[in-house]
Every structure is written in structure tokens, then in C-alpha cells.
Design a protein around this ligand. Structure first.
Ligand SMILES: *[C@@H]1O[C@H](CO)[C@@H](O)[C@H](O)[C@H]1NC(C)=O
Ligand SMILES: *[C@@H]1O[C@H](CO)[C@@H](O)[C@H](O)[C@H]1NC(C)=O
Ligand SMILES: *[C@@H]1O[C@H](CO)[C@@H](O)[C@H](O)[C@H]1NC(C)=O
Ligand SMILES: *[C@@H]1O[C@H](CO)[C@@H](O)[C@H](O)[C@H]1NC(C)=O
Length: 359
């Protein structure tokens, strides 16, 4: 082993970390051990000038106390995103009937733990209750439906989230607007309607549009930049663009920094909102090593662009990743395995957050 490698390893061992909140010996034995209680992924991210390193989570997982004790540790996770429980089907399942119990559980968890909340999401074609599409609203009616949904949901959480994903996934991969009930009824105007309504409901929350395949240069990123310019020209509030970042091992785009900077140049902030990097199973040492490099590259790209405010993984353990159920035969997409053990990907994140070159 070279001296530089030994030094790097020593630094990593010191940095990672005692998880003080782990309640039982059985739980702590499955988690990383070390001597420093100071550091964690979020601690490293904030030391590097970012607002947070965080994770998506979902209500059913919170009964798993090993999982939750780690999630609770704001040294590691300084930010939470509810994976499902603030979506339209969860919050307004019937017209003008609102349920906030599950969304509140995650909002309150973040508050208790001193974690930033990214609220997710207000207007999306998916996980939308049937009544929104099947009632054949005209433009006036659907505008009122959107405004009422946002006034109630963003109004309920007013003052708490750092950001709202106001509009989720509005674009096709070729850069055209996605055909859905919102676009088909209102054209592009549903986007300003939603942004304006959110600003009215919660004047200080950051207003984001969130999408995938806009992380790298290409038609879809260009279309999103054009949308930002058009909103700005019309005086519509837009604060940030969420880069979902559901990547594939060995296929992480090489134009992240250039593309992030192009958004930053428009005067909006960005965030990596749903990061995971999946592989075709079974996992191999070679795939795990490539995944380490891939996580390093994504985190490093965010560090290189000051407008990139933070990084959210779409859950932090393979145990609760959405990938295997959505992409059969694929998985192992997060930095911790099913037993909460750190994978090489975790070390890749740490090296990038510490400003080290990849080792
Ligand atoms: C996680 O944090 C919440 C809020 O602080 C607390 O009620 C809960 O008991 C914690 N769970 C574990 C497993 O530590
Ligand atoms: C839109 O729908 C509402 C409710 O059905 C109706 O009262 C209104 O006349 C419609 N507006 C137009 C422009 O068709
Ligand atoms: C862009 O993609 C959408 C969705 O796949 C498709 O309907 C549309 O025809 C495409 N437009 C062009 C110009 O290829
Ligand atoms: C949104 O708000 C801006 C600024 O007040 C205004 O110019 C624009 O007309 C509004 N757009 C919609 C669709 O409400």
C-alpha cells in the first residue's frame, strides 16, 4: 500500500463514524463503527459548502427502528424527502378532501431531527387520483382544481419545507411537453398556474421543477432551460431545478458539470433530488467498484457547481430502494446494502465530499 492510500484510509476511518443514536447492540453491530462522532455524510456535505446530504424515505419503513435510528441521525442525513406521502393521491384522494397524516409523519420527523424538508410533489401526471383525469374538467375547472390542491397542501406545510417540487416530470425525453391531463387541458400554462399558486400559499419556499434525463446536456436539458427562461421572461417565480439522477452503473453521463453550470447561468439553483445508481443483478466486485466511481462522479459534480445546493439519495439502503420492483433484475442502487453495511459506493461519496481524488 502506498503512503497516500494509507493516509486516505486513516482519514476515512477517522471520519466514519460512530452512530450515537443506535439504540441496541444488535443494531449498532450492523452499522459502521469508528472513533469520531463528528462526521457523517451531511456533516461532510455542509463542511463542503452544501446545504445538505439527505435521503428520501417512506412511511412503512419508519417502523424499522434500525433503519429509522440511522435516518434520524442528522450528521448523516440532513434532509428528508417523503417518497410518496405528499403526492396528490395521498393528500387529496377525493375532491377537496385532504389527508395529511402520513405526510405530517415525515415532516414532523424532519422537524424533530433538525433536518431540512424537501416537499414532493404538487403537480404530476402519475400517482394522481382518477377523479382529476376522469371528471373532464375544462380549463377553468382544472385551474381551480390545481389552485385548490396547492392552496391546501402547500398551505398546510407553509413555512416548513425548504423547497417544493411544484411540477414533476413535465417533459418528454425529446424535450416536448408531456401529454397529460394538465398539458392537454391547459397547455404550458399549467406550470405558471402551479408555481404562482405555490408562491401564494408559502411565500418563502423554494419553487422547483423536477425531472429526469435533464442531468446531462441534450434536448431535454435544453428544453428545461428554455422553460426556465420563458417563466423568467413572464415574471413567473422559479427558484430551482431538480435533477432526479436515477443513473445506471457504468453509464453516468460525463456532461453533468457543464450542464449544471448552464442551469446556474440562468440564475436558478439546482439540486440532485433522487440519486441512485442501479446495476443488473447479481452484484459483482467489479460492478460495486464501478458504482463507487459513479457515485463519486455525481457528488463531485455537485461540489464543482456552487448553484448545486444539495444531494438527496432515493433512499440510502438497498433494503428500501424502489429499483427492484420497478426494474426487474436490477437493484443494489444505493450506498448501503440490505443489512445497512456501507458499500464501496459509500466510500466514493465520502471521498468526493472530502474533496479527495478518487482512490
Ligand atoms: C427517530 O426520531 C423520532 C423523532 O425525534 C423519534 O420519535 C424516534 O423514536 C426516533 N426513532 C429511533 C428508532 O431512534
Ligand atoms: C367549464 O366547466 C364549468 C363546470 O362544468 C362550467 O360551468 C363552465 O361553463 C365551463 N366553462 C367553459 C368555458 O366551458
Ligand atoms: C417527442 O416524444 C413524444 C413522447 O414520446 C412523442 O409523442 C412526440 O411525437 C415526439 N416528438 C417528436 C418531434 O419526435
Ligand atoms: C403568474 O404570476 C406572474 C407574476 O405575478 C404573472 O405575471 C402571471 O400572469 C401569472 N401566471 C398565471 C398563469 O397565473
Amino acid at each position: 500500500m502506498k503512503l497516500t492510500q494509507a493516509v486516505t484510509l486513516a482519514v476515512l476511518c477517522l471520519a466514519f463514524p460512530a452512530i450515537e443514536a443506535i439504540p441496541t447492540p444488535a443494531a449498532s453491530s450492523a452499522l459502521p463503527t469508528g472513533t469520531s462522532a463528528v462526521s457523517g455524510l451531511n456533516a461532510l456535505a455542509t463542511a463542503a459548502g452544501k446545504l445538505y446530504f439527505g435521503s428520501a424515505t417512506d412511511n412503512p419503513e419508519l417502523t424499522d427502528t434500525t433503519y429509522t435510528s440511522y435516518l434520524n441521525n442528522s450528521q448523516h442525513f440532513g434532509q428528508l424527502t417523503p417518497g410518496n406521502s405528499m403526492k396528490w393521491d395521498a393528500t387529496e384522494p377525493e375532491p377537496n378532501t385532504f389527508t395529511f397524516t402520513e405526510g405530517d409523519q415525515i415532516a414532523n420527523l424532519a422537524k424533530s431531527n433538525g433536518q431540512i424538508l424537501r416537499a414532493h410533489n404538487l403537480v404530476w401526471y402519475s400517482q394522481l387520483p382518477d377523479w382529476v383525469t376522469s371528471n373532464n374538467y375544462n380549463a377553468t375547472g382544472l385551474t381551480e382544481v390545481i389552485q385548490n390542491h396547492i392552496a391546501n397542501v402547500a398551505g398546510h406545510y407553509k413555512g416548513q419545507p425548504y423547497a417544493w417540487d411544484v411540477v414533476n416530470e413535465p417533459l418528454n425525453d425529446n424535450g416536448s411537453f408531456r401529454s397529460d391531463v394538465f398539458y392537454d387541458t391547459l397547455g404550458e400554462s399549467y406550470i405558471p398556474i402551479a408555481l404562482n399558486a405555490t408562491r401564494a400559499a408559502d411565500p418563502n419556499v423554494k419553487l422547483y421543477i423536477n425531472d429526469y434525463n435533464i442531468e446531462y446536456t441534450g434536448a431535454k436539458a435544453t428544453a428545461m432551460q428554455n422553460l426556465v427562461k420563458s417563466l423568467q421572461a413572464d415574471g413567473v417565480p422559479i427558484d430551482g431545478i431538480g435533477m432526479e439522477s436515477h443513473f445506471i452503473v457504468g453509464e453516468v453521463p460525463t456532461t453533468l458539470v457543464e450542464n449544471f453550470q448552464a442551469f446556474a447561468d440562468l440564475g436558478v439553483e439546482i439540486a440532485i433530488t433522487e440519486l441512485d445508481i442501479r446495476m443488473t443483478l447479481p452484484e459483482t466486485d467489479a460492478l460495486l467498484e464501478q458504482q463507487k466511481q459513479d457515485f463519486y462522479n455525481v457528488v463531485d459534480a455537485c461540489l464543482q457547481v456552487s448553484a448545486c445546493k444539495g444531494i438527496t439519495v432515493w433512499d440510502w439502503t438497498d433494503k428500501y430502494s424502489w429499483i427492484p420492483s420497478t426494474f426487474p433484475g436490477e437493484g443494489a442502487a444505493t450506498p448501503f446494502d440490505d443489512n445497512y453495511e456501507e458499500k464501496p459506493a459509500f466510500d466514493g461519496i465520502v471521498e468526493a465530499l472530502m474533496g479527495q481524488s478518487f482512490s
